[in-house]
Design a protein around this ligand. Sequence first.
Ligand code: PGA
Length: 238
Amino acid sequence: MKVVVANWKMNPATPREAVKLARAEDKLKVIVAPPFPFLEDVGRVLKRATLGAQDAFWISRGAYTGEVSVQQLKRLRVSYVIVGHSERRAQGETNGMVRKKVEAVHAAGLTPILCVGEPWPVRKKGFAAAKRYVARQLHAALSGTRKKLIVAYEPVWAIGSGKADSPAEAAEMADFIKELLIVSYRSSVKVLYGGSVTPRNARAFLKARALDGALVGGASLRPRDFTKIISAINVANR
Ligand code: PGA
């Protein structure tokens, strides 16, 4: 079954708005990832959708100012954790840190949504270069896991830019990622596409056989748009 992740990033401003948005997005096959301060309120509202977090630290407790552990998230009924989003990597998160986070999420029995994707200077060199870049990120982040894993292929240049990748290339990358992981890790993996997914292009991404869903940022803050994306998922799941 295909899924859609609503990555709210650092939005909305108040718990009240968060609860309202959560009610509008509370559908099966949806993973809602609000900012940390709203996890508890949103978790209380969701009946059909599943709760996700946008990050987690790899150590369970201690003197780590500003960090949030997977165990703390688990107590708030979080089931999925986005790891290695390009916006976090831009803040200095390395492949080594991403790997520790993936391991910690798995060790706690939750499912990581591991984000990978090439920046524009790499893609400019061609699709083969983008594949090599993504392969390196995957090898660096994964240690032969057989546990449940979601990979979100998000070309950095497509995130928040209004310029989505083509569904055909996103699907080709998804196939490439699956082959790579089956050979090296023997894990069954879902691959999502993320980067400027809108109601207009969602159907094309979601109907691609190789793609198991979408990770949606901007459009997940607009309930009308997001509802249309959810209907595209329902059509694809039929
Ligand atoms: P976007 O964000 O849909 O606004 O491009 C995608 C993401 O969260 O990476």
